[in-house]
Design a protein around this ligand. Structure first.
Ligand SMILES: Nc1ncnc2c1ncn2[C@@H]1O[C@H](COP(=O)(O)OP(=O)(O)O)[C@@H](O)[C@H]1O
Ligand SMILES: [Mg+2]
Length: 258
């Protein structure tokens, strides 16, 4: 079943990126009078504040832009963290993706996202710290992929569990929606605790293989208005962002959910 105005996905083009060739599946709005390639929309959402929605949204956007893609970050969080992040960049080295504050009106958010579909390859939506907010719900209804960052500790995992209902509700209306969990802020050098491994399946959402460590580089990147790729001595963070981006592109290439 399709949302009104949301047509089937059609593989569209092969793009060569810096290190390897990736099949980027582009959507073609067959019902549109002006059928052209459309941006893929990735929404960072979670019930809680703090697991890393903004951090991973900016890292993903920065990495995609670094690879030559046209990337928009839609800052749907009224706190405006992504906007401030980009504004911290020096004029001589702006943040590589455009960041746009989209306001607090859910209907306008979706209209705004639609209005940019032809101008970008990827739109990354940074949601407010409440997955059941109308803004998050609105973004999920137009998304190709929901990425849910979680901190691997039981209290954080318990607090975030309601996201599964929010995503399941959006997917009932918009079955093309895929979702993935990404473990963020894992203590470097540690394995996931048994309790964490036990709790993750309760989300009912596939977990990405990439786990992002708790690393200073991510905090520095925000302060510098940069991506971790621009920072010295940040190779481990860079490798994690590279791997995360690669996995997300792989999920977007898949033809059928989940
Ligand atoms: N992988 C990470 N390593 C270190 N600090 C992180 C990491 N991810 C997020 N943070 C920090 O955690 C805090 C919350 O992250 P943020 O991305 O703002 O979360 P959210 O957008 O979900 O509220 C910020 O101070 C951010 O710098
Ligand atoms: Mg945030």
């Amino acid at each position: 079943m399709l949302l009104p105005g949301l047509p089937p996905c059609i593989p569209y083009a092969l793009h060569t990126v810096c290190f390897h060739t990736v099949l980027i599946v582009r959507t073609v709005k067959t019902s549109s009078p002006r059928a052209t390639a459309l941006a893929r929309i990735v929404v960072l959402a979670n019930q809680k504040g703090g697991p890393g929605k903004t951090t991973l949204a900016m890292c993903l956007a920065g990495e995609l832009a670094r690879r030559g893609h046209r990337v928009l970050v839609a800052d749907a969080d009224p706190q405006g963290t992504a906007t401030r992040w980009a504004a911290s960049a020096p004029d001589t080295k702006p943040f590589p993706a455009r960041v746009l504050a989209t306001g607090a009106n859910p209907a306008r958010l979706r209209a705004e996202l639609r209005s940019h579909l032809h101008d970008y390859d990827f739109i990354i939506v940074d949601c407010p710290p409440s997955a059941d907010s109308p803004l998050s719900h609105s973004a999920l209804l137009i998304a190709d992929l929901a990425v849910v960052p979680v901190i691997p500790s039981p209290p954080d995992l318990w607090a975030g569990l309601t996201i599964r209902h929010v995503i399941a509700g959006a997917a009932r209306v918009h079955p093309e929606l895929r979702a993935r969990i990404v473990v963020n802020q894992r203590k470097p050098g540690t394995r996931l605790a048994a309790k964490t491994r036990e709790l993750l399946p309760e989300y009912g959402i596939p977990v990405l293989n990439t786990q992002v460590g708790d690393r200073e580089a991510f905090r520095h990147a925000a302060a510098a208005g940069a991506t971790v790729a621009d920072l010295p001595r940040a190779q481990l963070a860079q490798a994690e962002v590279f791997s995360l981006t690669h996995e997300i592109l792989d999920v977007l290439e898949e033809d059928t959910p989940p």
